[in-house]
Write a protein that binds this ligand. Structure first.
Ligand code: PEP
Length: 255
């Protein structure tokens, strides 16, 4: 089954709401519209930029979608500092990153919380970009495939197959994030394939063949084409390289 590639930029905690406008406009002008038939292009800015990104993309009817980098597992209430899926949906978000390794490591998020956040995204009609991946120690011990399929099971526990079909999975080996050390195409394909086969076992062929599985970790314009060319790699989650709009546009065109 043909899956349309998705290239999503994770800006992390970079760019204020004014800078965001310039970056999105430059990205739009740098990527000719014909490419959007072949690739979905998204940006995930900080929460404080979302209203600006909404305004600029709406004003020019840009085919660039956007989303948050996290959400609360709750829909509203006394959760100081949190942002709900309903709030993101109201701002026109399509996506929300869930379970990024920086949140798992710095904020102690475990699979159970990631599972609740995936549920919160889905019930608010957002597409979760579910991040998972092994650290260097797990990779060196050879346990990376089991580690990643375990994280997948944990994050999707209790969801219907219909809901699982709406999730995007991003395989992001922690040792490759922000390090300049990219996984080889074989490494990326091995884990993305194993994740798809796990979905096949748990939710059947239709779900396994529909779910987009991205690779993330030091993706740049010089390696995007080979990585996204792998049979089970349906796009990329791009951190640092998404902050440069011209470079990111080139990467999207190559993918
Ligand atoms: C990320 O933050 O999801 C990421 C993949 O970062 P980078 O591309 O900078 O490695």
């Amino acid at each position: 089954m043909a899956r349309k590639p998705l290239i999503a930029g994770n800006w992390k905690m970079n760019l204020n709401h004014l800078e965001a406008i310039g970056v999105v406009q430059k990205l739009y002008f740098a990527l000719p519209t014909k490419y959007y038939d072949h690739v979905d292009v998204a940006v995930c800015p900080p929460f404080t930029d979302l209203r600006s990104v909404q305004t600029v993309t709406d004003a020019d009817s840009m085919p660039i979608s956007y989303g948050g980098q996290d959400l609360s597992p709750e829909d509203s209430g006394a959760f100081t500092g949190d942002v709900s899926g309903a709030m993101l949906a109201k701002l026109g978000c399509t996506w929300v990153v869930v379970g990024h390794s920086e949140r798992r490591t710095i904020h102690g998020e475990d699979d159970a919380l990631v599972n609740r956040k995936v549920g919160a995204a889905l019930r608010n009609r957002l597409t979760p970009i579910l991040c998972l991946g092994e650290g260097e120690d797990v990779r060196e011990s050879g346990g990376h495939v089991g580690h990643c399929t375990g994280q997948l099971d944990g994050a999707l526990a209790g969801l219907s197959s219909e809901d699982v079909a709406r999730v995007v999975v991003a395989y992001e080996p922690i040792w490759a994030i922000g390090t300049g050390k990219t996984a080889t195409t074989e490494d990326a394909q091995e884990v993305c394939h194993a994740l798809r086969e796990r979905l096949r076992e748990t939710h059947g062929d239709a779900v396994a063949d529909a779910v987009r599985i991205l690779y993330g970790g030091s993706v740049k314009s010089n390696n995007a084409k080979d990585l996204v060319g792998q049979p089970d790699v349906d796009g990329a989650l791009v951190g640092g390289a998404s902050l440069d709009p011209e470079g990111f546009a080139e990467l999207c065109a190559l993918a």
